[in-house]
Write a protein that binds this ligand. Structure first.
Ligand code: NAD
Ligand code: UD1
Length: 343
């Protein structure tokens, strides 16, 4: 089976390629490289010993998409391509609606014209807005608090509308909590441009000495130690969830083909828990200071995971120590990300 993986050169998409290749599928990666380095594709070949077709293209280019889907006889799409910086989305909302929403419209139109009707979509826990209760179940009301989140919510609604309009479509909507970690080879991992916004890559850069200290945004939250609590999930567990979701999708009955599940571990850890776990994994001191709360942050966010277990037969396996160990292995081998060769 040939699967098109949009955004497959990026952090989560590259790990997903490994999982699908190891499961015996053929993979075509489509990426415009706005937030990725083509070196990740070379590393994928090294990890899997398999050939990977790479198409340097944009999901907003419907003609290119149709050509690629037809040429490689793709039978399903795993759709990671999108912009994901919350702050940037508030500064440039049209960019986010164009890239994420209009891009997905073009992708679905191309799929329709080519008779490809199965898609796994990267959504986010951000579609729950400010949690009204915890753990977050899939029934929690949906809302958006920034243009990035709204782009995910609009796409989710679009997929539900499309599925209701015609039973030939089958969609798995996967709501990620906080993906971290890296492939255990240390050959692929998260390579943020500039100063990382997210906690784990920032801590990792403090550990390698690339940044002086971590600013902890808020120590007066109503949590066990006052710092923000999140549901961190190992990226290899996360992509395993995509394979399970894809397999579940193929067995769905017509007219029952759209489901949304949380991909998290169900356990919340605070910023200070993460600092201590990373210190254990790296044997380095993580210097930090407390800073004011970050605008838009919530105190705590973690998943209820039983629906994923029931619908796709998936449960996260790896704990916090493995997440920190594999992140540390990746940054040690690639202190400058993909821009210099791995040791
Ligand atoms: P990433 O930036 O590493 O990967 C996204 C990839 O998509 C990049 O390689 C980028 O070059 C590509 N891309 C962007 N716009 C494109 C376009 N118009 N055409 C073709 N390629 C394009 O991000 P990631 O962390 O791997 O995230 C993958 C997906 O998961 C995204 O949709 C993101 O919104 C979603 N998600 C990520 C997180 C997270 O914390 N990493 C959490 C929830 C959801
Ligand atoms: C952020 C995004 C969210 C997105 C998610 C995954 C915001 C407001 N939210 O969420 O929309 O879905 O990333 O990409 O940007 N922290 C620090 N210091 C830092 C960085 C983070 O203390 O330098 C804290 C945060 O306050 C938070 C926790 O670490 O409590 C995790 O932060 P982060 O990794 O950015 O993830 P989210 O806040 O869940």
């Amino acid at each position: 089976m040939t699967i098109l993986i949009t955004g497959g050169a990026g952090f989560i998409g590259s790990h997903c390629c490994v999982t699908f290749l190891e499961a015996g599928h053929d993979v075509v990666v489509l990426d415009n490289l706005t937030n990725a380095n083509s070196e990740s594709i070379e590393r994928l070949k090294e990890i899997t010993g398999r050939n990977i077709i790479f198409e340097h293209a944009d999901i907003r280019d419907q003609d290119a998409l149709e050509l690629i889907l037809r040429q490689h006889r793709c039978e399903a799409v795993i759709h990671f391509a999108g912009l994901k910086a919350v702050g940037e989305s508030t500064q440039a909302p049209l960019l986010y609606y164009d890239n994420n929403v209009a891009g997905t419209v073009r992708l679905l139109s191309a799929m329709d014209n080519c008779g490809v009707r199965d898609l796994v979509f990267s959504s986010s826990a951000t579609v729950y807005g400010d949690p009204k209760f915890l753990p977050l179940t899939e029934e929690h009301p949906l809302s958006a608090v920034n243009p990035y989140g709204r782009s995910k919510l609009i796409i989710e609604e679009m997929l539900r509308d499309l599925s209701a309009s015609d039973p030939k479509w089958r969609f798995a909507i996967l709501r990620y909590f906080n993906p971290v970690g890296a492939h255990e080879s240390g050959l692929i991992g998260e390579d943020p441009l500039g100063i990382p916004n997210n906690l784990m890559p920032f801590i990792a850069q403090v550990a390698t000495g690339r940044r002086e200290n971590l600013s902890i945004f808020g120590n007066d939250y109503d949590t066990h130690d006052g710092t923000g609590v999140r549901d961190y999930i190992h990226v290899t567990d996360l992509v395993d969830g995509h394979l399970r979701a894809y397999e579940a999708l193929k067995t769905r009955r017509k007219g029952d083909g759209c489901f949304a599940v949380n991909l998290g571990t169900g356990t919340g850890y605070s910023v200070l828990d993460m600092v201590r776990a990373f210190e254990r994994a790296s044997n380095k001191k993580i210097e930090y200071e407390f800073a004011p709360r970050r605008f838009g942050d919530v105190a705590a966010c973690f998943a209820e995971t039983s629906l994923a277990e029931r619908i796709i037969g998936w449960k996260a396996q790896k704990g916090l120590d493995a997440m920190c160990r594999d992140t540390w292995n990746w940054v040690c081998k690639n202190p400058n990300g993909f821009s210099q060769p791995a040791e």
